[in-house]
Design a protein around this ligand. Structure first.
Ligand SMILES: C[S@@+](CC[C@H](N)C(=O)[O-])C[C@H]1O[C@@H](n2cnc3c(N)ncnc32)[C@H](O)[C@@H]1O
Length: 302
């Protein structure tokens, strides 16, 4: 936990934050509306004797009273998909419409790709890219199991992603759920911080900046880009947004989300960030009994 001590100046109720980081995560799933209604999925769970509780903010997010939601019949049928509560935030914020063209720049293993497809009624196009071929097999498995037919899978470095193979020259929207130092996943994976170093934070921040820039360039003027991480480090969050605001045509946009959150921070360890990064949201484990998460919404302005 000492690696999280650097966030004490940012987090109110720091002791409660550290306590929450040491508790196991609730077992949460998303109902896959491509194959089932929430009523159908919950009836199947009832039949199987798996207790579930709904969430006020979404009728597709359920907490299950089992540690292995993937072993339920509902999961086997593709009616539910194990997905942490905060992981469902970015696709909801991007809010893709049926028929749109969406780029999922860091897509594997596909939790958010399949959620985007469901929000789009499995119409239009989701281009799901990841540079890790091994992780793309998990994405293919998930898209198939969940009945997604509107996704095209590509395997390249998103920093150099080319639109040449496509018959259009920009996306309507892009989701940028970047690789990160994963500090916010400590509840799911207690060893998540074992290999944490400041050097890794700095190097992954360079990759994040490149991917976010390419997503802004590949999205039409007026289009939306959502940037997310599962980490607390401002170097990977607000600093990445600050860089994009400097070098690309974009602005941050306010958004509402019905979970308790804190605004993005404008200063950390002597670095100052653009005031508008306050429009981003930080989700801390002790506020909603979730993992840690960061989410920002940008509009492409040029
Ligand atoms: C946080 S995970 C994405 C999780 C995924 N969005 C989901 O909801 O299932 C980040 C992903 O970025 C991929 N990645 C890392 N560097 C990349 C790059 N330069 N270009 C494209 N993908 C990259 C990793 O392989 C990893 O699968």
């Amino acid at each position: 936990m000492e690696k999280l001590e650097r966030y004490e100046p940012l987090v109110e109720d720091f002791d409660a934050f550290l306590d929450a980081c040491q508790r196991p995560l609730p077992s949460v799933v998303r109902v896959n509306t491509i194959k089932a209604t929430p009523e159908r999925a919950t009836a199947a769970l009832d039949e199987e004797g798996v207790d579930w509780t709904g969430r006020e903010w979404s009728d597709t997010v359920l907490e299950l009273d089992t540690d292995s939601p993937g072993s339920t019949w509902a999961s086997y049928h593709g009616w539910i998909h194990g997905q942490e509560e905060v992981s469902a935030i970015p696709a909801e914020v991007l809010a893709p419409e049926p028929g749109e063209r969406v780029w999922d720049a860091c897509a594997a293993p596909g939790s958010k790709t399949t959620q985007l497809a469901a929000l789009m009624d499995d119409s239009g196009l989701v281009v799901a890219n990841d540079n890790n071929l091994g992780r793309l097999s998990a994405l293919r498995f998930n898209t198939e199991r969940l009945g997604v037919t509107n996704a095209a899978v590509t395997n390249t470095d998103s920093r150099n992603f080319s639109l040449k193979p496509f018959d259009f020259d920009s996306f309507d929207k892009a989701l940028v759920d970047v690789p990160c130092s994963c500090e916010g996943t400590i509840r799911k994976n207690p060893t998540a911080l074992d290999d944490w170093t400041m050097d890794h934070v700095r190097s992954v921040a360079g990759v994040q900046k490149g991917i976010l820039r390419r997503a802004i360039q590949a999205t039409k003027e007026g289009g939306t880009v959502v940037y997310s991480t599962c980490t607390f480090a401002p170097e990977e969050n607000e600093a990445v947004l600050d860089h994009a605001l400097d070098v690309e045509d974009c602005r941050l946009v306010e958004f509402d989300f019905p979970l308790d959150s804190r605004p993005g921070v404008t200063e950390f360890e002597g670095e100052a960030y653009d005031e508008s990064v306050r429009k981003a949201k930080r989700f801390y484990p002790h506020h909603n009994d979730t993992g840690g998460f960061f989410c920002a919404k940008l509009e492409v302005t040029g």
